[in-house]
Design a protein around this ligand. Sequence first.
Ligand code: ATP
Ligand code: MG
Length: 568
Amino acid sequence: MRFSKLYAPTTKEAPKDATLPSHQFLVRAGFISQVGSGLYNFLPMGKIVLDKIRAIVKDEMDKTGAQEIQMGVVTPAELWKQSGRYGVFGKELCRLKDRKENEFVLGPTHEEVVVDIVRNRINSYKQLPLHLYQITTKFRDEGRPRFGLLRGREFIMKDGYSFHEDEASMKEEFAVMEETYTKIFNRLGLNFRAVEADSGAIGGSGSKEFMVLADNGEDDIVVCKACSYAANIEAAKRAKRAADQEAPEAEYAKFYTPDTQSIDEVATFFKISPFFTIKSVIKKAIYADKEAIVVFFVRGDDALQETKATNACGALELVDASEDEIKANGLFAGFCGPIKLPEHVEFFIDNELKEEKNLICGANEQDYHLVGVSMFNFKDSRYKDLVEVKQGDRCTCCGGEMYITKGIEVGHIFQLGQKYASAMGATFLDKNGKSQPFYMGCYGIGVSRLVAVMIEASHDENGCIWNKQTAPYLVDVIVSNIKDEAQYDFAQKLYSDLKNFGVEALLDDRTERFGFKMKDFELIGFPYALIVGKGLEEGVVELVERKTLEKKVLQKDEALNIIKELFA
Ligand code: ATP
Ligand code: MG
């Protein structure tokens, strides 16, 4: 490609809302353009990068025997009603009607449609397992679209769905996908971890996320220093904590404790470690058909993990309860505890408080706390894992110290079980001639998000630094002075030789000044530039590596071979 013909509108200015390097550089270097909130176009170089990533994903998926299909973006609401997700998917689901008032949704994911594809077509276990995947546009009306391609409303996902006769077969495919994703992200040259994850709205049991480690990630991941354990903070487990001081032994009694509402105030008042207090977090739970106050109890020096809490009560979402709502339910903010709660109030207690003694908690009376509290009289179903793992907590697998780091989710694999097939009546005849719903797995990769992730993982203050696997062009042959015929002829010859050899090259034949062309090279971030300038008179050209910006002087006759070797 000749730069003079390439549509790559580069600019000095980044969009005002662009806070992350990938967002700033992809726009400034002319890879993408924005048309609306969370809506982006891929310009020629953006499309090349997207297609390269897509090709790697497709190559590895095809090797496993999965088959590529393409489902429509517009999907009938009827299917979503059958699965039960129409009511619970929330505002991310974009709903629309046609001229005949039929309801549709823009597919945010395609479990329903793919079940409909196999339903009544696969009738026997002999036709299983089957894995169908696609690489297509998704739409989710995200609450906060931001960070450019990292969180768009319209984005491109690889989504695969597998069908199995039993759980063992489903688990086998899950392992194959874990291995396949590992190959894909390794080929892309990314520093990533597969972590234990929460299954979220898609449902089912057992899921892993693939997280690229990056300071600008939106996700917190807990990683063990000693073993391979890693988990999203929403799902992370820890070994039960031991007390940091001797337990304050006391008879069960009610104490007048005016002005002691916070955990710190309670701990100071009783001269004890907050470890021995119980913190109450009062939330309003939003369900598909109702709202209700729910109270969660954790140790005073622990924090409630919202996703765990949401799962514990089966709500769609938790929001803060207002002062009025708290009062109306007979609760006292700052003096709430698990004992003598008003009967109608739903509550859950963290597992680590089970059978603990010598605790202090609110008395459910204004200005009173209880001391000498023991946790023996609650049903097992009240106890859930509710705490957020902290830096320094211990690993459940090996006891090692854990730390917290940031990640960007690039893939997510799920064991769905029979959830969707049961709900949608998709069955087959098993070995014994019995009708059974399919077991399913589903597997996603954020293909357009990966374009941005490549740059989050690799850039400097001047711009993008593409690696060989994903660069729009590998070598930028820059003619320093386009009016110099010798320079121009040599560069053109080198450019066509490189192309003939199969090295994707760009010829910067624009009439711009040399400095301007170098700035574009650095901003766009091709792996190498080959500069044909004044040195040509002495028989030399210059090779610049984008990553290090190091320059090497090459004899003009050896330039072709040296570049060929770089990409052999
Ligand atoms: P997130 O927690 O980041 O919202 P998710 O759990 O909703 O992700 P999945 O439903 O598992 O994501 O979708 C599969 C993949 O699609 C994700 O791993 C991610 O890489 C990508 N993805 C999800 N939402 C977006 C988005 N709004 N923009 C770009 N890519 C996305
Ligand atoms: Mg999401």
